[in-house]
Design a protein around this ligand. Structure first.
Ligand code: 5AD
Ligand code: SF4
Length: 456
């Protein structure tokens, strides 16, 4: 029987990845995907819990879905199953079931392989299935392999969870302890993705550079777990994979092996998202980041020695409890000094259950808003400068989507910039050299260096 599945995804790339896997998992049960919740038999809200208001958003979305469902039932239509997945489900599963009886099932990230069973149970008795109590390690073993690669770029989860316990962050509570997939499983999935046509893979993990996956059985040596640097070397040997990225990293886990890999492996893209959060040592300490601003500067210096053209990205939180104007200025100074190719910035928001949420000295909203506007201006300025510095260079671009104008495509430079060029749509998924001739705040424009290549 044909059924329709609508997945609404919030938050990080891990959730985007998970949503794809849930769709793959449910396809054999007859679920085809739709973007229109009104016609769906099953709606999954794949939630994010990283900032405040996430839970409230879930309740308002559920309310809207409940109305859709009631309208449909009143018109004699089929029932709709409403599922809440993702980090809010993990953190507040029992509360969601209590507060939102319209929700048929709640499923945490470690239990997605049980979705078919949970859905079947929900069909029998609505409102009673709850599964966020996860047996650790179960997820990776139970999810099916990805079935499709679009535009030649794919995600590959290699690690989940976090043991860092930054005082503002819910991830260690929602995603649990750090776990890494064994090297053999990662290499097998990478080969599978290459067979499906992937040329670029992005290794995902909440704390991806803390990777310590079980060594392959035939690796020899003492069987010690592999680091990310070592894993990346092995992935660079997978035939077909031309580009490797990884995200998100912690400055403390940028070890020598990984930094050297940036210098050695052309497949490892010269781009790194390395959140620093603040430029003030006092705030970094209050955040329990366990590094100073200078430690961060030194990591960047070493990366640039290994790979001089490496482009950097970061996350910043402004308005952490007790942050003074002077301390905020130190963050602004760091933004200007490093010269980020892009960065994300957030107003601090207290997350229930985290140590920072208990800290006094929370700042007024207008101070936070003012600091956010100022840091965003500094980031935008740096990004535009970085883009302007690319004009005149020829960069390899992986084209993966149509452009706004006919005859145009958009792709990604090694530095993650969006690049527009006149390229036939038959080049989707190809890496072509592009000479950059214009820079915009959020993208580049260019011309194919060798038009004959695209005509071939
Ligand atoms: N308040 C504001 N930003 C936060 N982030 C995580 N938790 C919070 C919070 N409580 C930001 C951090 C992190 C990014 C993914 O989200 O900058 O790196
Ligand atoms: Fe959260 Fe990242 Fe800190 Fe882990 S390292 S606690 S995921 S901010």
């Amino acid at each position: 029987m044909a059924r329709k599945l609508c997945i609404k995804t919030y938050g990080c790339q891990m959730n985007v990845y998970d949503s794809g896997r849930m769709a793959d998992l449910l396809a054999p049960l007859g679920y085809g995907t739709t973007d229109d919740a009104a016609e769906a038999d099953l709606v999954i809200l794949n939630t994010c819990h990283i900032r405040e208001k996430a839970a409230e958003k879930v309740y308002s979305d559920v309310g809207r879905l409940r109305n859709l469902r009631n309208d449909r039932l009143a018109a004699g239509g089929a029932p709709m199953t409403i599922a809440v997945a993702g980090c809010t489900a993990q953190a507040e599963g029992a509360e969601i079931m209590r507060r939102a009886p319209a929700v048929d099932l709640v499923v945490g990230p470690q239990a997605y392989h049980r979705l078919p069973e949970l859905i079947a149970r929900a069909h029998r008795s609505r409102g009673e299935a709850l599964d966020t109590d996860f047996p650790i390690d179960s997820k990776f073993d139970h999810l099916p392999l990805q079935s499709r690669v679009e535009g030649s770029a794919a995600f590959l989860t290699i690690q989940e969870g976090c043991d860092k316990f930054c005082t503002f962050c819910v991830v260690p509570y929602t995603r649990g302890a750090e776990t890494s997939r064994p090297v053999d499983a990662v290499l097998a999935e990478a080969r599978h993705l290459a067979d499906l046509g992937a040329r670029e893979i992005t290794l995902l993990g909440q704390n991806v550079n803390a990777y310590h996956g079980a060594a392959p059985d035939d690796a020899g040596g003492n069987g010690a777990p592999w680091s990310l640097g070592r894993l990346v070397h092995a992935l660079a040997d997978v035939s077909g994979i031309e580009r490797i990225r990884y995200t998100t990293s912690h400055p403390r886990d940028m070890d020598d092996e990984l930094i050297e890999a940036h210098g050695r492996l052309p497949q490892l893209m010269p781009f790194l998202h390395l959140p620093v959060q603040s430029g003030s040592d006092r705030i970094l300490e209050a955040m329990n980041r366990r590094h100073t601003a200078d430690d961060y500067r030194r990591v960047i210096e070493r990366l640039r020695e290994a790979r001089p053209d490496i482009a950097l990205s970061s996350d910043f939180i402004v308005g952490f409890p007790g942050e003074s104007e002077r301390e905020f200025q130190m963050t602004l100074d760091l933004v200007r000094e490093i010269g980020f190719a892009q960065a994300y910035s957030f107003k601090y928001s207290p997350r229930p259950g985290t140590p920072a949420s208990m800290m006094a000295d929370s700042l007024p909203e207008d101070v936070k808003a003012d600091r956010l506007a100022r840091i965003q201006a500094a980031i935008a300025e740096g990004q535009h400068a970085f883009n302007r510095g690319c004009v005149g260079r020829t960069l390899p671009v992986l084209f993966d989507r149509p452009g706004r104008r006919p005859g145009q495509m958009v792709g990604r430079s090694p530095y993650m910039q969006a690049v527009h060029a006149e390229v036939p749509s038959t080049m989707n998924g190809r890496i072509l050299d592009v000479t950059i001739d214009s820079a915009h705040p959020n993208s580049l424009g260019g011309t194919l260096a060798d038009p004959a290549e695209a005509a071939a």
